[in-house]
Design a protein around this ligand. Structure first.
Ligand code: PAN
Ligand code: ZN
Length: 191
């Protein structure tokens, strides 16, 4: 098919990032997750409730996007910015998800901060890749994924995946991940 024959041909466009801060300068979507959005995700739910009450439900993480049509030929991309901190001993993390089209791969590039990309399959396989500035992490098809910030500054990454992938949070809400990442005696412990 000639490009001219495609309905609603998308015009090329550009988006600017500040590579120092990792921020997207003019996002169209800004998804905000606060501590209260994370109920049920951490091992220590009392510590999470304490944080929500005593620190006035602080910001947990954000996603910045300039969305494209949710179609198979498009590439959806975003900046993810996860705050540093702990719930009890457990490092701040994102909720984690599979994609609605489970066979979706995703590429992450860490722009700032440090932590891990934890991944699992529905059959129970688990893997974690370190995230540091300049690291690219390939999340293969069928792996659920979540970012975990083990550093003292925001963990910021760029990610890209097929435009029609969608997100499936429900399965991770039910299953969780087989391992968590804690700070114990000043050390990062995965267990
Ligand atoms: C990322 C994530 C982002 C937020 O853009 O959506 O880091 O994490 P949760 O989706 O787990 O809340 C991505 O993987 N998109 O597909
Ligand atoms: Zn994803």
């Amino acid at each position: 098919m000639k490009p001219e024959e495609i309905n609603n041909l998308l015009m090329p466009f550009s988006v600017e990032l500040n590579l120092e801060t990792g921020e997207m300068l003019n996002p169209k979507n800004h998804i905000v997750r606060k501590a209260s959005d994370m109920k049920g995700y951490y091992a220590d739910s009392d510590a999470l409730n304490n944080l929500i009450e005593k620190k006035n439900d602080p910001l947990h993480y954000e996603v910045f996007e300039v969305p494209v049509p949710a179609e198979s030929g498009q590439l959806m991309y975003c900046i993810s910015k996860l705050q540093p901190g702990k719930i009890g001993d457990e490092f701040f993390m994102t909720k984690g998800h599979y994609h609605s089209i489970a066979e979706t791969a995703e590429l992450y590039i860490c722009l700032r901060g440090k932590g891990y990309m934890a991944m699992k399959t529905s059959a129970g396989k688990w893997n974690a890749q370190k995230m540091t500035r300049g690291k690219m992490v390939y999340v293969p098809p069928c792996w659920a994924h979540r970012s975990i910030n083990t550093g003292k500054e925001p963990l910021i990454s760029f990610c890209v995946y097929r435009g029609d992938a969608g997100h499936n949070y429900g399965d991770i809400e039910q299953e969780g991940f087989p391992k968590r990442i804690f700070e114990r005696g000043g050390k990062v412990v995965i267990e």
